[in-house]
Design a protein around this ligand. Structure first.
Ligand code: NAD
Length: 359
C-alpha cells in the first residue's frame, strides 16, 4: 500500500532539493502518495500567510511529512515556520545523524554521531520581552521584588527547561540508541552556571540513564563538548542536548562531516514526524540547480526507516554513499574546489543516485 506523505517543497532552493528527493524516493520502488502543501516566503507573498492551516492539517492527518527548507526573514515578517511546526505538532525530538561518508573532504573521517536536540523548550520557546516595553518593565519589577536586579535597558528572553521536557528527550535519545545499535549517550549542559535549568536537565538525564543499564551514559559541559567534538568526534555516539545547544552543535556536526549539504534531520513527536535537512533555504542559490540534495535525500532515508521501509532505506543510503565515494557526479561543495567545472547540478546528482540504485 502506498504511503501518504505530506510534501512541502518550501522556498529558496527548497523546491529543487525537494524535487530531487522525491525522485530518488520513488526510484526505491516504495509507493508514495504525495500530498503537496505549501509553506514559506513564496506562499506568504502569494497569499499573505507563510504557513497555511491546510499544510498543518495535512501533516496532522498523514502523520508524516517531508519538507524543503523555508526562509525566516530576519527582524520582521513572520516567525519561523519550523519553530511553529515543531510547536503546533509537538515534534519534541530532533534527530540529526552526523556521519562522514567516504569520499567527503573532512579532517574527521571517523565521525559517526547522532545529535538528539530537544525541540520545544529553552531560549527557543519564544518567551521574550522587548526592551522599553511595559511588559518588560513589569517583569523586571517582579524580578526586582525577588532580589534579581536587571538593567532597565535590557531585553529579556526566558529559558524554561522542564522535568517533563527533559525526561522525554533523554528517553528519546536512549530509545534511539537501543533501536539503532548505539552504545553510549552523552548529555550536554551548562549546569555549573545555570543550575536550575541546565542543572535540572542533567539531574533528569542521570535519573533516566539509570533505567537503561545496557547503554553507557556520561555528561559533558557544553563548551568542553564543543572542544572535544572538533578534536576527537569519534569518541561520541548519541549526544542529547537542550534546544539552543542542540541547534548550534548540529551545525558543528554538519561541519565535521563535510558541510551543511550532507546533514539530514528528523523532527519526531507522538502524533507526527517531519523530515528535513539541517540547513536552511540557501536563497542565494535559488533556481540555479546548484546545491547539494544529499541532506534532504538522507532525511528521506530517515523517513523510509520511520515507515519501516528498511531495505529501501539501506539501498538509497548505499547509493548516495556510492555517488559521494566516486566523487564524479557530485555538486560543487563536494569537489576539491568550489569552482570545479566538473561539478554537477542538484538534478544530475539525483540522476546519479537513481542510476546507482539501478546498477
Ligand atoms: P543556509 O543553511 O540556508 O545556508 C548557509 C550556506 O550554507 C549557504 O550559503 C551555502 O553556502 C551552504 N549550504 C546550505 N545548504 C547547502 C546545500 N544543500 N548544498 C550546498 N551548500 C549549502 O543558512 P542561512 O543562509 O543562515 O539561512 C537561510 C535561510 O534559511 C534563513 O532565512 C534561515 O532562517 C532559514 N533556515 C531554515 C531552516 C529550515 O527550513 N529547516 C533551517 C535553517 C535556516
Amino acid at each position: 500500500m502506498a504511503h501518504t506523505v505530506t510534501f512541502i517543497p518550501g522556498d529558496g532552493t527548497g523546491p529543487e532539493l525537494a524535487e530531487a528527493t522525491r525522485r530518488v524516493l520513488e526510484a526505491t520502488g516504495v509507493e508514495f502518495e504525495w500530498d503537496r502543501q505549501e509553506a514559506g516566503v513564496d506562499e506568504f507573498e502569494a497569499h499573505g500567510n507563510p504557513f497555511p492551516d491546510a499544510t498543518l492539517a495535512s501533516i496532522k492527518a498523514n502523520g508524516v511529512g517531508i519538507k524543503g527548507p523555508t526562509t525566516t526573514p530576519v527582524g520582521s515578517g513572520f516567525r519561523s515556520i519550523n519553530v511553529l511546526l515543531r510547536k503546533e505538532l509537538d515534534l519534541y525530538a530532533c534527530i540529526r545523524p552526523c556521519k562522514a561518508y567516504p569520499g567527503v573532504r573532512t579532517r574527521f573521517p571517523d565521525t559517526d554521531l547522532v545529535i538528539v536536540r530537544e525541540n520545544t523548550e529553552d531560549l527557543y520557546a519564544g518567551i521574550e520581552f522587548e526592551q522599553g516595553t511595559p511588559e518588560n518593565a513589569q517583569l523586571r519589577a517582579a524580578l526586582a521584588a525577588l532580589g534579581a536586579h536587571v538593567r532597565d535597558d535590557a531585553g529579556l528572553s526566558v529559558k524554561p527547561i522542564s522535568v517533563f521536557g527533559s525526561e522525554r528527550i533523554v528517553r528519546a535519545a536512549f530509545d534511539y540508541a537501543r533501536e539503532n545499535g548505539r552504545h553510549k549517550v552523552t548529555a550536554a549542559h551548562k549546569a555549573n552556571i545555570m543550575k536550575f535549568s541546565d542543572g535540572l536537565f542533567l539531574e533528569v538525564a542521570r535519573r533516566v540513564a539509570e533505567e537503561y543499564t545496557d547503554i553507557e551514559f556520561e555528561d559533558r559541559i557544553i563548551d568542553n563538548l564543543c572542544n572535544q567534538l572538533v578534536s576527537r568526534p569519534e569518541e561520541y555516539d548519541v549526544v542529547v542536548l537542550p534546544n539552543l545547544y542542540g541547534d548550534i552543535v548540529s551545525d558543528l556536526g554538519a561541519g565535521l562531516i563535510g558541510g551543511l549539504g550532507l546533514a539530514p534531520g528528523a523532527n519526531i513527536g507522538t502524533e507526527a514526524a517531519v523530515f528535513e535537512a539541517t540547513h536552511g533555504s540557501a536563497p542565494k542559490y535559488k533556481g540555479q540547480n546548484r546545491v547539494n540534495p544529499t541532506a534532504l535525500m538522507l532525511s528521506g532515508v530517515l523517513m523510509l526507516r520511520h515507515l519501516n521501509e528498511t531495505e529501501a532505506a539501506d539501498r538509497l543510503e548505499g547509493a548516495i554513499a556510492e555517488v559521494i565515494r566516486k566523487g564524479e557526479k557530485v555538486t560543487y561543495d563536494l569537489k576539491p574546489t568550489r569552482d570545479d567545472p566538473s561539478a554537477v547540478g542538484t538534478s544530475e546528482f539525483a540522476d546519479a543516485v537513481i542510476e546507482e540504485m539501478q546498477s
